[in-house]
Design a protein around this ligand. Structure first.
Ligand code: MF3
Ligand code: CO
Ligand code: CO
Length: 296
């Protein structure tokens, strides 16, 4: 079925197709861009922005792959930070975390019960740990943001479970991303999946618009109500980055003023990608395989 330019937009906005989701001549409808900025402070991205973001995203994924190669028992998290830092600079990019709101290192590294924003330091990785590496790079002024949780040595059954559920949670959220669905649909799908497996969803940190800055509108909660929230439209770029705990959802921040840890000491895992809403779904700007065997 072909939608005419003047027909109602299939996303259900009530606008004409040409004023809403139709992408013509590689440019977004001006009205939609203005409406999303005025109403929500959301900066929709043009095709030229997406091309630049793909380059930034490709660097982020290659940086994660490089860091993974150095993960083993006995390695200090500050050594992984140095590897990320140097590789980023060598590729003419800037580590977005460094000095961001006073964050002192170039990457966030969060181990076991650490949920996110772990500061690399003297901690040695040990056999059985799980470790999240969260890389954000600025290339040509464009930000891309992605993270993965890895095993150190041989994982316990609990470690395998929480990493698997966190990865599947990201996939459940991504499966909701298409024009006409809402921000609430994403969180709803993640929460439903994680809670069905008796895990919990962190509330204090959310996915976010990204691209021209590190954290842009909108916020993307990893919990929520189906059909609620802003409608997704082509040109939106945001992260989904569910933090999933094996135990309860409550957290506190350590004395370093950054590291978030589970109150009950249970394991927490996270996967994150930067996504671009297209006319018929989405494309990842930080594509990595979410289906590879979890433990090789
Ligand atoms: N990369 C994190 C995110 O996914 C943010 C880290 S902010 C920092 O949004 F300051 F801790 F680096
Ligand atoms: Co991140
Ligand atoms: Co993020």
């Amino acid at each position: 079925m072909k939608v005419g330019r003047n027909d109602p937009c299939p996303c259900g906005s009530g606008l004409k197709y040409k004023k809403c989701c139709l992408v013509e001549n590689n440019a977004l409808p001006k009205d939609l861009k203005q409406e999303y900025f005025r109403k929500y402070n959301i900066r929709l991205k043009e095709i030229s922005d997406i091309e630049a973001l793909k380059k930034a995203g490709d660097l982020v994924v290659r940086t994660l792959d490089l860091a993974e190669q150095h993960i083993k028992a006995g390695v200090k998290t500050k050594q992984l930070d140095a590897i990320v830092h140097e590789f980023t600079l060598k590729n003419h990019a800037v580590p977005a975390c460094l000095n961001y709101r006073g964050f002192p290192k170039s990457v966030c590294i969060s181990v076991n019960e650490e949920i996110c924003h772990g500061i690399p330091g003297e901690r040695d990785l040990k056999d059985g740990d799980i470790v999240n590496i969260d890389v954000t790079s600025i290339l040509d002024g464009y930000y891309a943001d992605a993270s993965k949780t890895y095993f150190v040595g041989t994982p316990s059954a609990k470690a395998r479970k929480i990493v698997r559920i966190a990865r599947e949670s990201l996939k459940a959220g991504m499966a909701m991303v298409r024009p006409g669905n809402t921000i609430g649909d994403i969180g709803w799908a993640i929460q439903k999946y994680a809670e069905k497996h008796e895990c919990s969803v962190v509330r204090e940190f959310v996915g976010h618009g990204v691209g021209f800055e590190f954290h842009e509108a909108p916020q993307v909660p990893h919990y929520g109500v189906k059909g609620r929230g802003i409608k997704l439209v082509p040109g939106m770029v945001f992260t989904i980055e569910p933090m999933i705990n094996l135990g309860r959802k409550e957290l506190h921040i350590l004395g370093d003023n950054w590291t978030a840890v589970t109150n009950d000491g249970s394991l927490s895992a996270q996967f994150e990608q930067t996504l671009y809403v297209t006319p018929d779904g989405f494309e990842s700007l930080t594509p990595y395989d979410l289906n590879e065997p979890l433990f090789k």
